[in-house]
Design a protein around this ligand. Structure first.
Ligand SMILES: Cc1cc2nc3c(=O)[nH]c(=O)nc-3n(C[C@H](O)[C@H](O)[C@H](O)COP(=O)(O)OP(=O)(O)OC[C@H]3O[C@@H](n4cnc5c(N)ncnc54)[C@H](O)[C@@H]3O)c2cc1C
Length: 189
């Protein structure tokens, strides 16, 4: 059991979204893994986007997450129409792809199922927690975390930035984001 306040772990993953939880599920089978997540444990703030293309399904199955897919599956879908970089809609039919159809999922259920798989594999989660600073010392990362009103010190052999577009680890290390283009997303439920 990892004590999150004074943890010394093999891998610290910053961000408990889909990527962070899937990675934690895989790594926790061999290593001591702690996931840092800024949202509270009870947060029901689900990400938008609930269409999983077949290639993503293949990846999740390879990672041993078939149960998570099954628990959140709604219905198959067989293609997409997108308007991307030009005004003419592009239609992509999955009929001619090797992986076949995609799946509409309940995004919240999928996120929670992948997180549960990570916890079952032994990963620890530190919620309400934000990365304050990190520095490299003698082959280890020394990490300071703000959690509610408390500070925590964590030592890790490796740090993974899974904070999505926030890119908090890379920003703390002074790396700049290079924007290739602008993007606008509109979604409806
Ligand atoms: C409008 C829209 C529609 C989409 N539709 C689809 C779709 O249909 N199908 C599909 O496959 N993909 C879709 N996507 C893309 C998909 O949502 C993302 O690729 C996916 O969420 C990325 O997962 P992630 O784990 O990398 O990042 P995120 O889901 O962004 O997770 C990052 C996590 O890091 C945490 N975090 C951030 N900052 C900190 C910090 N300082 N300290 C600690 N934790 C932090 C966040 O709280 C979050 O939990 C869509 C995206 C958008 C915007």
């Amino acid at each position: 059991m990892i004590n999150p306040k004074t943890a010394s772990v093999d891998v610290l993953i910053v961000g408990g979204g889909m990527a962070g939880c899937a990675l934690a599920h895989v790594l926790a089978q061999k290593y001591r893994v702690l996931v840092l997540e800024k949202q509270p444990e009870t947060s029901q703030q689900d990400r938008v986007g609930e269409s999983l293309p077949a290639a993503a399904l293949r990846s999740l199955k390879i990672l041993g997450l078939s149960d998570a897919i099954n628990q959140s599956a709604n219905s198959d879908y067989h293609g997409v129409v997108s308007i991307w970089g030009q005004s003419t809609p592009i239609r992509k039919d999955f009929f001619d792809t090797l992986d076949g159809s995609g799946l509409h999922v309940d995004r919240g259920s999928l996120n929670r199922a992948i997180k549960k798989a990570a916890i079952d594999a032994g990963a620890g989660f530190l919620h309400d927690a934000q990365l304050k600073s990190l520095s490299s010392r003698n082959g280890h990362w020394a990490i300071e975390v703000n959690r509610l009103d408390e500070g925590c010190q964590i030592e890790a052999r490796m740090v993974v930035d899974a904070s999505g577009r926030a890119s908090v680890v890379t920003r703390k290390l002074g790396l700049k984001r290079v924007n290739a283009d602008r993007a606008v997303a509109i979604h409806a439920q």
